[in-house]
Design a protein around this ligand. Structure first.
Ligand SMILES: [Ca+2]
Ligand SMILES: [Ca+2]
Length: 320
């Protein structure tokens, strides 16, 4: 019997091929059982190549609750003989930290997305992947508002070869991962007790009190905030306190000497703490505006998406 050559030399159709052989009696002979003169064999033609999948995510590294995350899932086929994987199954099951997602699929000529090119939720779809022509799924998801803080959201995609395709390599699973970090809009205000100070005055007269409020916007995650006071010329810092919490705010330290430098507090969304900082205008301070700026910064692994309200300046006018 002649079979389809087991190693073909060109792109061949995949799927079952039926090969039938028949014997015919020579002239003058009688076949007493003509019913068994023919036999068929079914040979399945299998394509071959490395069916693989890759996955990337944007943003990389860190996401916040309620934020948007985009995954790109790329199924590829590297086939030395140019075979197409017909009906390769792509699966992407959304992890718990993703509240909802929609997806689209795109494929250039030769490959195909299969039944549909868009959907929502999990992906479980048979696609055709031609040699060198990727099938690309783009998933746009929303991070759950209750996603566990400081934990990873790992999203895995797989591609499985159809029965008609011999997957000759690995790389059938790919995972993209992000860490959910706390996010809140920290802000700071700074007011001073006196509009002006005479540098010729006595020590009490030259003392000023700065009232600095560190707040976190409503709806934010609890944030660890670091307050730092600048060191303007003409001013000597005496001491500071931290207190007057609202909304569950807490101060890491209740007081300190000099100026606050990375003074830490934890402020839930909608909460605040208040620093009171005493300083003395020096007798040799320059006349005119004496600006004192405070800055609040999120601690490491806390995300403040709005930095424009993280500094505040209070001004004292120095007079003779
Ligand atoms: Ca593979
Ligand atoms: Ca801010």
């Amino acid at each position: 019997m002649a079979f389809w050559p087991p190693s073909h030399t060109h792109a061949a159709p995949s799927g079952p091929m039926v090969n039938t052989a028949t014997v015919v009696p020579l002239a003058g002979y009688v076949d007493t059982s003509p019913g068994n003169d023919s036999a068929s064999d079914t040979v399945t033609i299998r394509g071959a190549g490395n069916l693989a999948i890759a996955k990337t995510v944007t943003p990389t590294g860190v996401v916040v609750r309620g934020g948007t995350v985009t995954y790109t899932v790329t199924a590829t086929n590297t086939s030395p003989l140019g075979d197409t994987a017909i009906g390769a199954n792509v699966v992407d099951t959304l992890p718990a930290g993703i509240a909802s997602a929609t997806w689209t699929c795109a494929a250039a000529s030769g490959s195909s997305c299969g039944a549909t090119t868009s959907g929502s939720g999990n992906i479980n779809q048979a696609v055709n992947v031609a040699n060198g022509v990727p099938v690309v799924f783009t998933i746009t998801g929303t991070v759950s508002p209750t996603a566990t803080l400081n934990a990873a959201i790992a999203n895995t995609a797989t591609v499985a070869a159809p029965a008609t395709f011999n997957d000759t390599g690995g790389a059938n699973t790919a995972t993209a991962s992000n860490t959910v970090r706390p996010s809140g809009n920290l802000s700071v205000t700074n007011t001073v007790s006196k509009p002006s100070v005479a540098r010729s005055g006595n020590a009490i007269g030259r003392q000023v009190l700065y009232t600095v409020v560190v707040a976190n916007g409503a709806g934010g995650d609890p944030m660890t905030a670091l307050l730092t006071e600048s060191t303007p010329a003409g001013l000597t810092f005496n001491s500071w306190t931290c207190g007057t919490p609202s909304g569950g705010g807490t101060c890491a330290a209740a007081s300190g000497s000099g100026r606050p430098v990375n003074a830490s507090s934890t402020v839930p969304g909608g909460g605040s703490v208040t620093y009171r900082i005493t300083a003395t205008v020096n007798t040799n301070a320059a006349l005119g505006a004496l600006n004192n700026t405070v800055t609040v910064a999120p601690a490491a692994n806390f995300i403040d998406p709005v930095l424009s309200n993280n500094t505040a300046t209070a001004t004292v006018t120095v007079t003779a």
